[in-house]
Design a protein around this ligand. Structure first.
Ligand code: NAP
Length: 316
């Protein structure tokens, strides 16, 4: 009896904690998006899929930019059904391949007249190499999105006011960018353990913020603004490649401390939609609020250097 009371008490306390502390703020913008076009990368699952559903509900034409044809097409049906919109399109995009990024951009620019919001959401937590020989997390989380954004920038400028939203992570706090290592190894750091994986993931998420910082400067004088963000800790498939013990620990913690994908999409939606945040161009958001970052994440020299090395790597 005593154990049951304790267990019930624990679950009630966990529920109250989740509702008051974990859940976080919601995007309050009432913006409608009829006639606007949005791209969401990695939108076949997790935060990206929910973001796509929410944007489609507001009337946007939503392009699901996903790497797997099978998963992308299955998501297309789900997004159409859950949003009640037919203005949803799947286009294949593998961010681990420059060829795929270029062909996605070419296809998009040929077939779609507008681009109002680009949401660079896709992310991977896995050691490996891209098709072009770069570290997988550097290649997918940063480089693929860097190339994609640059290829679509003129269209975003033509359609301004428009936005670029880069989904980063609080994991950037433990990241660093070693440019010498990047130059010689085309990756962020050495290592193959799970600890190394999380460290390289943090490095790649720091790249997202430095990219946004530099992009904002280069966008001055245009009607395009950009933002980076941490969505919170969210129950998604992100840890699908971790070993079973890591997965078990994280998913058990997640039951109490992680948000749902819908709650996790709120800061992305805020950055994409909230009126009047243009003066916060280039800033980092968490819980629908602009937050200060450590000096390493607003380092002018490092963000310029990352931009230049990324241009060289992408051949642009
Ligand atoms: N979940 C969290 O707690 C958390 C916290 C902070 C930040 N984030 C960030 O939130 C974003 C979304 O992650 P999530 O949690 O929703 O994870 P998720 O459920 O694993 O979704 C990740 C998405 O990225 C796609 N993707 C991976 N590699 C790709 C590639 N080479 N080309 C194109 N798409 C690719 C995946 O496609 P496939 O299904 O085909 O693999 C999937 O659609 C990521 O940038 C992540 O870093 C998540």
């Amino acid at each position: 009896m005593y154990t049951i009371v304790l267990l019930v008490g624990f679950f009630i306390a966990a529920y109250i904690f989740h509702e008051t502390t974990v859940k976080g703020k919601s995007c309050t913008s009432k913006a409608k998006l009829h006639g606007k076009t949005v791209i969401v990368t990695g939108s076949n699952t997790g935060i990206g899929k929910t973001t796509a559903i929410e944007l489609a509900k507001r009337g946007a034409r939503v392009i699901l930019a996903c790497r797997s044809k099978q998963r992308g097409e299955a998501a297309l049906q789900d997004v159409k059904r859950e949003s009640g919109s037919n203005q949803v399109v799947f286009m294949q995009l593998d961010l681990a391949s420059f060829k795929s990024v270029r062909s996605f951009a070419e296809n998009f620019l040929k077939t779609e007249p507008r681009l109002d919001i680009l949401i660079n959401n896709a992310g991977v937590l896995l050691i490996g190499r891209t098709k072009d020989g770069f570290g997988l997390m550097f290649g997918v989380n940063h480089l693929g999105h860097f190339l994609l954004t640059n290829l679509l920038l003129d269209r975003l400028k033509e359609c301004g006011p428009s936005r670029v939203v880069n989904v980063s992570s609080a994991a950037h706090n433990w990241g660093t960018v070693d440019f010498d290592y990047l130059n010689t190894h085309r990756d962020l750091r050495v290592g193959t353990t799970w600890l190394d994986t999380f460290r390289i993931y943090g490095d790649s998420k720091l790249c997202n913020i430095l990219f946004t910082h530099e992009l904002a400067k280069r966008l001055k004088g245009t009607k395009v603004t950009c933002y980076s963000l941490h969505p919170g800790g969210i129950k998604t498939e992100l840890i699908r490649n971790a070993d079973s013990t890591v997965q078990m620990i994280i998913s058990n913690l997640g039951m109490f401390f992680f948000k749902t994908p819908l709650q996790g999409s709120q800061t992305t939606l805020h950055c994409a939609l909230q009126e009047g945040i243009e003066h916060l161009n280039g800033r980092y958001f968490s819980n629908c609020t602009a937050k200060n970052v450590f000096a390493k994440a607003r380092d002018d020299a490092a963000s310029k250097k990352l931009w230049e090395i990324s241009e060289r790597f992408c051949g642009i």
